[in-house]
Design a binder for this molecule. Structure first.
Ligand code: NAD
Length: 252
């Protein structure tokens, strides 16, 4: 893809799943990658895999729901790599499953803190750096649950709709500053998150797969290619857009 080689990419949630696949894809396209996560072992593994294929990467331990962590993270990455050109604002959790009227305040706070406040802090702290350096491209991870409702995961659905709202607002506020902001809205992706969500029962997995019009889950790499495309110069006129990468789910 055009305009990724030689750039610096920051990926949150880079220790696992979609974030790890995106970090790897950025490195394959020739970017240096700052891998960010609360999970140190997985983050270090992602960095090692990038270095094994001859790429450049470093791990940063940070909790996206902590503003103090964001202040330190952006300063450290800019010290080490000089800029943040591409930003995948991706870390998230699924939270507990229960009908809305049985959801707890604790689960609401946990999900909103990480999935929504975390994305807000990421935008708030990375955009000023992009302004300083004259531009950049951001992809927030929302979900098909940011475009339509789903039973039993109300806090998650609310957080992912919120991410679409933040994406549109940030895109408008920075449209003339060479800063593009989009979201990727994945369908069901075969990652540890979905493995936790579905559990071990093969029948439950089959039933969940059937919710995808294409009849299968996405591989994390299929989401990563959309993220890197949106960060590339090939998407130079795309901003403020929630891109469903969902095997047709929202077409139903
Ligand atoms: P995953 O659980 O495999 O990876 C999520 C990563 O985020 C983990 O490494 C975890 O340690 C990290 N993380 C969690 N809380 C954090 C925090 N406070 N600070 C920093 N890092 C933190 O899940 P995934 O499926 O790769 O999910 C990635 C993103 O994609 C999430 O935002 C998720 O909501 C979204 N998503 C996933 C699917 C899917 O089907 N898997 C579908 C739509 C959207």
């Amino acid at each position: 893809m055009n305009g990724i080689s030689g750039k610096v990419a920051l990926v949150t949630g880079g220790a696992s799943g979609i974030g790890r696949a995106t970090a790897m894809r950025f490195a394959e396209e020739g970017a240096s990658v700052a891998v960010v996560d609360v999970a140190e072992d997985g983050g270090v593994q992602t960095v090692q895999s990038i270095r094994d294929m001859g790429g450049e990467a470093a791990f940063y331990k940070a909790d996206v729901s902590s503003e103090a962590d964001w202040t330190k993270l952006v300063a450290d990455v800019v010290d080490d790599f000089g800029s943040i050109d591409c930003f995948h604002n991706n870390a998230g959790i699924e939270g507990d499953q229960a009908p809305l009227i049985a959801q707890t305040e604790d689960n609401w706070n946990r999900v909103i803190d990480i999935n929504l406040k975390g994305v807000f802090f990421g935008l708030k702290h990375v955009i000023p750096q992009m302004q300083t350096q004259g531009g950049g491209a951001i992809v927030n991870t929302s979900s098909v649950a940011g475009l339509v409702g789903y039973e039993n995961i109300a806090p998650y659905v609310a957080s992912k709709h919120g991410v679409v709202g933040l994406t549109r607002t940030a895109a408008l506020e920075h449209a003339t500053e060479n800063i593009r902001v989009n979201s990727v809205n994945p369908g069901v992706v075969d990652t540890p998150m979905v493995q936790r969500f579905v559990g071990d029962d093969p029948e439950a997995r089959k039933a969940f797969e059937a919710t995808e019009p294409v009849g299968r889950f996405a591989d994390p790499e299929e989401i990563a290619s959309a993220v890197v495309f949106l960060c590339s110069d090939d998407a130079s006129f795309v901003t403020g857009y929630p891109l469903a990468v969902d095997g047709g789910m929202v077409a139903r």
